[in-house]
Design a protein around this ligand. Structure first.
Ligand code: GTP
Length: 212
């Protein structure tokens, strides 16, 4: 049977509650948008396969709860991430200010090689904008990250953002691709469950995983 993918990456969505992390993920994996805000409890994940430079890259994207009370749980996921989306809401200055706090948590808990990308979501809400695009670019530059403004509502820059982070991770790990493939598969220990495209999981507050 043909190999379903060449390499498996784990990416993590971080940012304040309500910035649109779940919506970004749903738009990317299922091309759907949900207008209501149902706060994520703990963590959820979804899978998608991309082909980059002829390499089948399967990405497992973990959506974390932005609420403070889940931070102890979500921090446990940082160390196994190869890429991290730091998401703010362009209509919320506060969520932008908090990016520095999220970035410092990443420095503390994620691997040194982790690739980061800054995402200013809700770009469709121009009339409610509180954070100028230039502020986002400057912050990203200061941290050496790529930067995109996105809209889960209109799909603006969604594919571009997810693909860019996957490309950055692939570039960094290209040398040890074979090693990475083996170690990640073992590390995740989810291979039997990962055969189905679109598989998703949900980590409950008591750390049990429910599969759907
Ligand atoms: N206009 C607009 N609204 C959005 C966009 N993305 C998300 N929203 C809305 O923002 C609210 C919060 O979105 P979620 O995706 O649930 O936010 P979250 O970051 O996952 O929140 P937590 O799970 O609590 O951390 C919802 O009402 C969404 O419909 C966007 O791009 N544009």
């Amino acid at each position: 049977m043909a190999k379903q993918y060449d390499v498996l990456f784990r990416l993590l969505l971080l940012g304040d509650s309500g910035v649109g992390k779940t919506c970004l993920l749903c738009r990317f994996t299922d091309n759907e948008f949900h207008p209501s805000h149902i706060s994520t409890i703990g963590v959820d994940f979804k899978m998608k396969t991309l082909v980059i430079d002829g390499i089948k890259v399967r990405i497992q994207i973990w959506d974390t709860a932005g609420q403070e009370r889940y931070q102890t749980i979500t921090k446990q996921y940082y160390r196994r991430a190869q890429g991290i989306f730091l998401v703010y809401d362009i209509t919320s200055e506060r969520s932008f200010q908090h990016i520095m706090k999220w970035a410092s948590d990443v420095d503390e808990y994620a691997p040194q090689k982790v690739q980061k990308i800054l995402v200013g979501n809700k770009a469709d809400e121009e009339n409610r904008r509180q954070v100028a695009m230039e502020q986002g670019s400057k912050l990203a530059e200061a941290y050496g990250m790529d930067f995109f403004e996105t809209s889960a509502f209109t799909s603006q820059n969604i594919t571009e953002t997810f693909t860019r982070l996957a490309e950055r991770v692939l570039t960094v790990h290209k040398k040890d691709l074979d090693l990475l493939q083996t170690s990640l598969t073992n590390q995740l220990d989810l291979t039997a469950l990962e055969e189905e495209e679109g598989l998703c999981g949900h980590m409950t507050e008591d750390h049990k995983t429910c599969w759907c």
